[in-house]
Design a protein around this ligand. Structure first.
Ligand code: PEP
Length: 249
């Protein structure tokens, strides 16, 4: 079922005391919307974050995981490790993972498979670069990213997938896609899903927008019919700003 979700991607920010302080601030905020709220701290702090949010509505999620179940992958984290510390949702395919850690569509397809095999929910990120948008290729790029990582899946698993459209040119740049640009792309994404899986899957898909969402622009972006929520980077690091976005629905 389509949901409203606001997920905070903390990236490589906040050590343990800072994680505890931010969570303590988050727990003081009042939620007036019905959005699902998620935070993605760095992996070493997931357990502490899970423990301290246990009695709240905040779900702790991971920023990444490896596709292998276990083995000789120094420095990596597996699905079962995440699950063992209370994490049941993982962000996959973030543009920073693709750009700085060479994550390919093929690798991401394997990660998606592993997450689903471990009964995890996936927030799958994709989006075009500035040059793609300038040359008018944004739809082709996005369609390919979705097809390559997800179109081998059975329709029945799509209720465990959330999509996050994140134009790379809008991430951490202060530049936001206009609400119309976000809506146009989200409608295109839904159409792409419909072409393969039919209307029921496409209509039920939760599609988040990510890219410099702030308290000042969240309401307008979330008002668009095909935008179901946001993946929030910078603005998720301040409890008041994050909850202003959560409450923008
Ligand atoms: C992100 O990293 O997913 C993101 C959207 O970052 P920001 O909100 O800072 O642009």
């Amino acid at each position: 079922m389509r949901k409203n979700i606001v997920a905070g991607n903390w990236k490589m920010n906040n050590d343990l005391p800072q994680t505890e302080a931010l969570i303590s601030d988050l727990l003081k905020q009042e939620q007036t919307s019905n959005a699902e709220v998620m935070i993605a701290p760095t992996s070493v702090n997931l357990f502490q974050a899970f423990e301290t949010t246990r009695l709240s509505n905040i779900e702790v999620i991971a920023q990444n995981m490896h596709f292998a179940e276990n083995g000789a992958y120094t420095g990596e984290v597996s699905a079962s490790m995440l699950k063992s510390v209370g994490v049941n949702t993982v962000i996959l395919g973030h543009s920073e993972r693709r750009a700085y850690f060479n994550e390919t569509d093929e690798m991401l397809a394997k990660k998606v498979d592993t997450a689903l095999a471990n009964n995890m929910r996936v927030i799958f990120c994709f989006g075009e670069e500035l040059e793609d948008r300038k040359s008018g290729n944004e739809e082709e790029i996005v369609e390919n990213q979705i097809k390559k990582a997800l179109f081998h899946l059975d329709a029945s698993v799509f209720n465990s997938i959330v999509l996050a459209y994140e134009p790379v040119w809008a991430i951490g740049t202060g530049e936001t896609a206009s609400p119309e640009q976000a809506q146009d792309m989200h409608a295109f994404i839904r159409k792409t899903l419909e072409s393969k899986y039919g209307n029921t899957v496409a209509d039920a898909m939760t599609i988040l927008y990510g890219g410099s969402v702030k308290p000042t622009n969240a309401k307008e972006i979330f008002s668009k019919p095909d935008v179901d929520g946001g993946l929030i980077g910078g603005a998720s690091l301040k409890a008041e700003d994050f909850f202003a976005i959560v409450n923008a629905f």
